[in-house]
Design a protein around this ligand. Structure first.
Ligand SMILES: NC(=O)c1ccc[n+]([C@@H]2O[C@H](COP(=O)([O-])OP(=O)(O)OC[C@H]3O[C@@H](n4cnc5c(N)ncnc54)[C@H](O)[C@@H]3O)[C@@H](O)[C@H]2O)c1
Ligand SMILES: [Zn+2]
Length: 364
């Protein structure tokens, strides 16, 4: 098991990463002085309930905790206020009070929903993240929690830091391959924005990572969380440097929007977005073409896309970027690569440069 601490203002919290940690959860709770007089509520989704949720509930009950169990339908479409209200009802019926703790067992969808539930139920109660997807190494650090509105993703949310994050890498064995690759895009992103040697390490350990070898998975998640935590600790509320975590996301979000979230997973869209950001960096900052080539090579090695095979309207993508608040006075804000492992925020990119890059990424 590896442990790291996230230094946020209210209360620093630990992230535990290791094999079989869900089995050790009662012991971890006791170690953290969470006594059995506090009620727990597991929030999970319909895929994870039979795989891990029921066993976890039984284990916690055996350990003496009164434990409720709320299941949401799996998938992004459940991350809305209607499902939120149903979950509030479950918490009320189970008698959760301000001392109770919500356990978010799942990927980013459950983490965002259960985290937002914890942030708002009775004006805020504690929660623990139990991530089950590789992508959730990203979403479980940083305290951003949210649900979607019909007009856009994550428009209703809060900052609410968990008590702790307990990442049992054994769960990753059942994760569908496409979801695994998608999560890898965010892991690779952490290398691209912060640490060239981590990107190279991922490259070197590709086979172990594809085999979901526990040791390699623990290391990749540990480094990914560590980088995200380092950025978040400097800028908890995203007033400055935290925005570098959006590397690849400006184009990525635009692709997700024009395809109505039906074509790409988040990681696939971000992968194409990072390939685009690298190209834009070469045009705008004069970054070496070796960075562009290495970016594409590493993403492709993890079977991630670096361009779209489907055609989308470039003006529609630019409109989506405008809605995504990435534009100030007609100049676009992008996170660009100066080198491998080093990025900066550039806020005055003319539309023509972006148009060119989008034209290269999507066939017309
Ligand atoms: N809060 C943040 O900082 C942040 C950051 C990045 C992404 N997000 C959010 O995360 C969400 C995406 O998260 P995700 O990619 O983890 O998606 P997800 O939670 O929908 O999980 C993907 C699918 O895999 C299934 N699944 C999860 N774990 C499994 C396992 N171990 N075995 C088998 N199946 C499993 C789920 O049931 C689901 O069908 C988006 O809503 C995004 O907005 C939030
Ligand atoms: Zn992302």
């Amino acid at each position: 098991m590896k442990t790291l601490t996230v230094y946020v203002k209210d209360q620093p919290y630990p992230i535990y990463i290791g094999e079989g940690l869900l089995e050790q959860l009662p012991a971890l709770l006791r170690e953290y002085q969470i006594e059995t007089d506090r009620k727990l509520m597991i929030v999970t989704d319909s895929n994870l309930a039979p795989l891990y949720g029921e066993k976890l509930k039984n284990r916690l009950v055996r350990a003496g905790y009164a434990t409720g169990f709320a299941i949401m339908e799996a998938g992004e479409k459940s991350k809305n206020l209607h499902v939120f209200e149903q979950l509030v009802g479950e918490c009320l019926r189970f008698g959760l009070d301000r001392q109770s703790i919500i356990l978010a067992l799942g990927g980013g969808v459950v983490g965002d929903m259960a985290g937002f539930l914890a942030a708002s139920y009775m004006r805020g109660i504690p929660f623990i993240q139990l991530p089950t997807t590789l992508l959730a190494h990203d979403s479980s650090v940083g305290g951003k929690v949210a649900v979607n509105h019909p007009l856009g993703k994550n428009y209703i949310g809060a900052f609410h830091q968990p008590l702790m994050v307990v990442f049992d890498v054994r769960c990753l064995k059942t994760l569908p391959l496409r979801q695994w690759r998608s999560g890898m895009a965010e892991v690779i992103k952490h290398g691209f924005i912060w640490d060239e040697s981590f990107a190279k390490w991922l490259d070197d350990h590709r086979n172990e990572l594809f085999a979901v070898d526990s040791e390699a998975a623990v290391e990749a998640i540990y480094r990914g969380c560590e980088i995200k935590a380092a950025v978040v600790a400097q800028d908890e509320r995203e007033t400055g440097i935290r925005a570098i975590l959006n590397y690849g996301h400006t184009i990525g979000h635009a692709l997700e929007a024009v395809s109505r979230y039906q074509v790409y997973t988040h990681g696939e869209a971000v992968s194409i977005g990072m390939a685009g950001a690298a190209r834009l960096s070469a045009k705008v900052l004069g970054t070496g073409l070796d960075v562009v080539h290495y970016t594409e090579q590493l993403l492709e090695a993890f079977e991630l896309p670096v361009a779209s095979t489907r055609s989308w309207s470039v003006p529609a993508m630019l409109d989506a970027m405008k809605r995504d608040k990435k534009v100030k006075q007609d100049k676009y804000v992008f996170v660009l690569a100066k080198a491998l492992g080093e990025v900066k925020i550039v806020s005055d990119i003319p539309e023509t440069e972006i148009r060119d890059v989008l034209g290269e990424l999507v066939p017309n």
